[in-house]
Design a protein around this ligand. Structure first.
Ligand code: PMP
Length: 381
């Protein structure tokens, strides 16, 4: 059987670098105890693993005090924590028309349950994002939330400019870093960002079920899940200390161990090296697709990230993905990519689009195989 060509790295990266699965296995077989809940050696070892990953992640992301880095299940969990732990009845927030459902759905929920007001912004050609954000600020605006990079087009938003507007107006700024963490250099100590949500299972090369939220020390975030923290257990009141007050219950120690190995790989390999390789591949794809008749690329120019979406004229994206999977052993993602707003902004019709996202372990030869498959399919239809 031909080797599968996996081009769905924007969902979760695969394969994982060497060392990740071993770290997960070791956490289960060698020290599968509950961290921080006991004074015995195994509990201490599990706790040390979690502290090590937190420290290495802090090093990678420029977090000065690692206790402000909270482990979550995924980006969605991190965004829910940021929104629901900060916003209160009557607050106003600003978000963009490029958000993932991980942002737009909790915002919809907050609108109905907490009477949060939300303004959705887009930009016309030649209009600046920061300027648009500024126009929508109200006296009760508490938070601005934007993606860093789109999971549909692979384009990025100017988070520094937006963050500076937020700072100037004393409004908190939450960034959804799902598609950029591990790919673009991120120094949270220097960026005008108050909260940053990220996945462990995408470009940090960790296992699924891992992610995190950075929260700047001055943000009055409240935990949204109360329970055991392994600290001050004699008290009924839930502690809001970071990080433990935000990580109630037994953590995903094996996942966090694997994430630590992923961060190690990235620190050793270099974020820039990974990015350059993946951008070489996406540029090859963009240029190749642009030359095929009947292809509609959703990004008019090569994207900023190793992600692009397209349609073959008159062919349903889901059908294209199924043919690629079954006849060519190529894995892509079709449909709406959990990003209703982004597809509305792009004006894709009810077919959605085909998304392709190469990763660090893909090759230029595989990109050519993908392009040939698309040439074949577009000729048949
Ligand atoms: N935001 C964006 C921009 C994403 O691409 C994704 C994943 N597709 C998410 C949020 C949700 O990430 P997770 O699966 O880690 O919850």
């Amino acid at each position: 059987m031909r080797r599968l060509i996996y081009l769905d790295n924007a969902a979760s990266t695969w394969p994982k670098p060497p060392g990740i699965a071993d770290a997960v296995k070791e956490a289960i077989t060698d020290y599968g105890a509950n961290p921080g809940r006991g004074s015995h050696q195994l509990a201490a070892r599990a706790e040390q693993t979690i502290a090590n990953t937190r420290n290495r992640l802090s090093q990678l992301l420029g977090v000065r005090d690692p206790s402000n880095l909270l482990f979550c299940l995924n980006t969605t969990h991190a965004i829910n924590l940021a929104l629901k732990g900060l916003l209160r009845e009557g607050d106003h927030i600003i978000l963009t028309g490029w958000e993932h459902n991980a942002v737009s759905r909790p915002v919809e929920w907050l609108k109905h349950q907490l009477h949060i007001e939300a303004t959705l912004i887009s930009t016309a050609e030649n209009e600046e994002w920061a300027g648009r954000v500024k126009q929508e600020i109200r006296s009760n605006t508490r938070l601005i939330v934007t993606i860093h990079g789109s999971n549909v087009t692979g384009n990025t938003l100017p988070i520094v400019d937006i963050g500076e507007v937020a700072r100037k107006h004393r409004i908190y700024y939450l960034v959804d870093g799902a598609q950029t963490t591990g790919l673009l250099p991120i120094n949270l100590n220097q960026l005008p960002i108050d909260m940053f949500a990220f996945p462990g299972h995408k470009s940090l090369f960790g296992p699924q079920g891992t992610g995190g939220l950075y929260v700047s020390p001055h943000v009055p975030l409240e935990p949204i899940i109360q329970g055991g923290t392994g600290s001050r257990s004699e008290k009924l009141d839930h502690p809001a200390d970071r990080p433990l007050g935000f990580e109630s219950g037994t953590p995903n120690t094996p996942g966090i161990a694997g994430l630590g190995a992923g961060v190690d790989f990235l620190l050793k390999t270099g974020v820039e090296t990974v990015y350059q390789h993946e951008m070489k591949l996406i540029n090859q794809l963009w240029e190749g697709l642009a030359r095929i008749e009947g292809i509609n690329l959703l990004s008019p120019a090569p994207p900023d990230l190793p992600i692009l979406s397209f349609n073959i004229k008159d062919v349903d994206g889901i059908e294209v993905a199924a043919i690629l999977d079954q006849h060519y052993q190529i894995a892509v993602r079709a449909g709406f990519h959990c990003a209703a707003l982004a597809h509305q902004s792009l004006g894709t019709d009810n077919r959605g689009a085909v998304r392709v996202s190469p990763g660090y372990f893909n090759t230029q030869k595989e990109m050519e195989q993908f392009l040939q498959a698309i040439r074949d399919i577009s000729q048949v239809f």
